[in-house]
Every structure is written in C-alpha cells, then in structure tokens.
Design a protein around this ligand. Structure first.
Ligand code: MN
Length: 244
C-alpha cells in the first residue's frame, strides 16, 4: 500500500511538564455550545437546555507556548471575529456510552483554549438555518495552550477562567459555573460519538464574548493550567493559482 499524495500530518499539541518534545496527537475537536448561563443569555437564549455539540477540524489547532504569543492570522470573510475562552478536556481513553461516574477515567489532561468564531457568519448561518462550519471550523480557529496531565491540573469549582485583550479583562468566570460539568459532557458526547484517544473537548465559554481586530493580543488563562497568549496578525494573501 502506498499513498498517492503526501499523507496529511497528524495535528498535535505540546504537553506541559512532559519529556522535551512530548506531544498530544489530536483526533477530533468537539465543542459544547452555550454551557455557561450568562453566555447563553447574552446570545439570546434561556441558559437551560440539553448540551449540544459542534466540531472543528483536528488541524484547526494553533498550539501555543507559555510565555510567547503565538501568531494567529486574522481569518478571511469576517468583520466580527469573536474570542471565546474555554476549558479544554483531552481524552486519553476512548469509549462510548460512558456514564458520568466513570468519565474522569477517560480524561488525560486539560488545556486553556480559544474557540475563535466568525460571529457575523454564524449569525447569518443561524438566520438561514444552515450549518455553522464556516463560522467555527476555519483554519487556526482553535488556539490552545500546552496540555497539562489531569493529576497535575488541580481543577475545582472555584478555579478561575479568564480572558484579557490588550491587558483589559473581557471574560472572567469560574469552572463551577459550567451548566454541564466535565463528566456530564463526556456522558452526553459519548452517547452520540464513540470517543477516541486524542479527542479534544472545548467545554464552552463564559459571558463577555466580543470582537477583536488585527494587532490585538489575547491572553487566556485558567488557574492551575496556565496561560495562552495569541497575537492577531494580518493574513498574507496566498493564491496557488496565481503563484503557479
Ligand atoms: Mn464556544
């Protein structure tokens, strides 16, 4: 057997405190919608509904390094790029129909991530009853910090999650305000898909989402996990047809 074109590379995220070069390979990226009450309300919903899911492609990850801002190209087709800071769960052991009581056995680690969103396109797709992919699953739409092994993370209900833009606070909450907590999310998600090692779950964002522009620096942080700094830069035109 031989591939007829070069095989795609495996997307991966560095592991914090691991061996030098240790990487977590990414299988799929699942995202939970409206999982904090105040964010559901700011998006025009009640904040009380069963969890729902959408996906980003695995290679949408934009891995960051602590202390050095990672450059994110400002995406095409939008005038309203929104930040959503989120706790990311990294699955180390797969399974389906995983009960909440057993769910934590499947968690390998945690990271801080950004579910970057082309909000204007999302609003348009919602209005037309079309899928959100173009709003949520674009290239580099999932900046993510190094993954911390679960035993070293020390998450609790009072763990702070926050996002600053150019040093000013935009989103601030605590993990305990998740409507559906991590075990419950895994129970619901694994009823719909068989989870695999390498799956990432973006668990939803608290209130305070807003637009950013090229030149902005975003600093996402979850206590006990770490900080992810992202610098938004102008996208360079790339057209293979013109370059030949
Ligand atoms: Mn989100």
């Amino acid at each position: 057997m031989a591939y007829v074109i070069p095989a795609p590379r495996v997307a991966s995220v560095p592991v914090k405190g691991g061996q030098p070069g240790a990487e977590f390979p990414v299988h799929r990226i699942y995202c939970v919608g409206r999982n904090y009450v105040e964010h559901a309300i700011e998006m025009g919903h009640s904040g009380r509904e069963a969890p729902f899911f959408f996906m980003k492609p695995a290679d949408a990850v934009l891995p960051g390094v602590e202390g050095i801002p990672v450059e994110m190209p400002f995406p095409s087709l939008t005038n309203s790029l929104h930040h959503e800071v989120e706790l990311v769960v990294a699955i180390g052991r797969g399974g389906r129909d995983i009960p909440a009581a057993r769910a934590m056995d499947h968690v390998w680690g945690y990271a801080v991530g950004l579910d970057m969103t082309r909000r204007d396109l999302q609003a348009e797709m919602k209005k037309q009853g079309r899928p959100w992919c173009i709003a949520k699953g674009f290239d580099a739409s999932a900046p993510i910090g190094p993954i911390v092994p679960a035993a070293q993370a020390g998450l609790g209900p009072d763990t702070r999650i926050e996002l600053k833009v150019n040093g000013a606070a935009r989103q601030t909450s605590v993990i305990g305000k998740l409507i559906w907590n991590i075990p419950e999310v895994i129970e619901h998600l694994s009823a719909a898909w068989e989870l695999q090692p390498g799956d990432l779950i973006f668990t939803g964002t608290p209130e305070g989402v807003a637009a950013v522009v090229a030149g902005d620096t975003l600093s996402a942080r979850i206590d006990g996990i770490g900080t992810l700094d992202v610098k938004l830069v102008l996208r360079q035109a790339q057209d293979d047809r013109v370059r030949g």
